[in-house]
Ligand binder design. Structure first.
Ligand code: PD2
Ligand code: ZN
Length: 229
């Protein structure tokens, strides 16, 4: 809640698919994805086939040599820090850094009707056995002193797209404690959810459950209010 006690206003629009035609398949430009699950509050959907298995493998191999222990946003300063709640490694691609990244960004932009330039660079995460990410919100908390520094580059985060790059034999689900929902990683599937204001009432608390067997690879795309530099 901002200092005046009023909740942050909802943005005029959110990244979201066109639900109007109640269709099963959604056009992403060079391919289409199939809707598997949809929730209305929060806006959340699981799509099959955003990436092919070969594209998932290609993204993993491009990311692998650049992985570093994941940091999280330091909410006080707007910087970043190692966080024991997040035991993964990760890396960021620049926007359109490779042909595959550019294709994936174009698919997400078409599916969610949100311009590519309002997206952060794609992040790829690797969780080894035992790796997890404790529940958190992806938006920047308006009450934290570091938030103005974080939102200067493109405003608030409005939506998250998680793209699963492999199958995990046991564990590694994306969990939503307030919804009682667990999504098991499935290669090429994309989980989308949006938050109309930076507030827990959006019920978008989510985390990555510990990997019990094998490893987990996932890509994250965050969509912003404004042009992200
Ligand atoms: O890897 C996941 O399932 C996951 C869960 C929660 C990723 C993120 N958050 C994230 O990258 O913010
Ligand atoms: Zn998250």
């Amino acid at each position: 809640m901002p200092a005046n006690g009023q909740p942050a206003p909802a943005p005029a629009a959110l990244p979201q698919p066109d639900w109007g035609a109640a269709q099963r398949c959604f056009d992403c430009g060079d391919r289409s994805v199939e809707l598997r699950l949809r929730l209305q509050h929060p806006p959340l959907a699981l799509f099959d086939g955003l990436l092919t298995p070969a594209e998932c493998a290609q993204l993993i191999e491009a990311a692998r040599p650049r992985l570093k222990r994941s940091l999280t946003v330091q909410t006080r300063s707007g910087g970043s820090e190692i966080n024991p709640d997040r035991t993964s490694s990760g890396m960021f691609f620049g926007r359109a850094e490779t042909e595959l990244v550019r294709r994936l960004e174009a698919r997400i932009a078409r599916l969610l009707r949100w311009p590519v330039d309002k997206g952060e660079g794609l992040q790829v995460l690797h969780y080894p056995e035992g790796g997890e990410y404790k529940p958190h919100y992806d938006y920047f908390d308006p009450d934290e002193p570091g938030t103005p520094a974080l939102t200067r580059r493109g405003g608030q985060r409005l939506a998250t797209v998680l793209i699963y790059l492999n199958q995990v034999p046991r564990g590694g689900a994306t969990t939503f404690p307030d919804l009682g929902l667990e999504v098991l990683p499935h290669c090429g599937q994309a989980l989308y959810f949006a938050y109309e204001r930076p507030h827990p009432s959006t019920r978008t608390l989510h985390g990555s459950a510990p990997v019990w067997e094998g490893e987990k690879w996932v890509a994250t795309k965050w969509l912003r209010e404004h042009h992200f530099v």
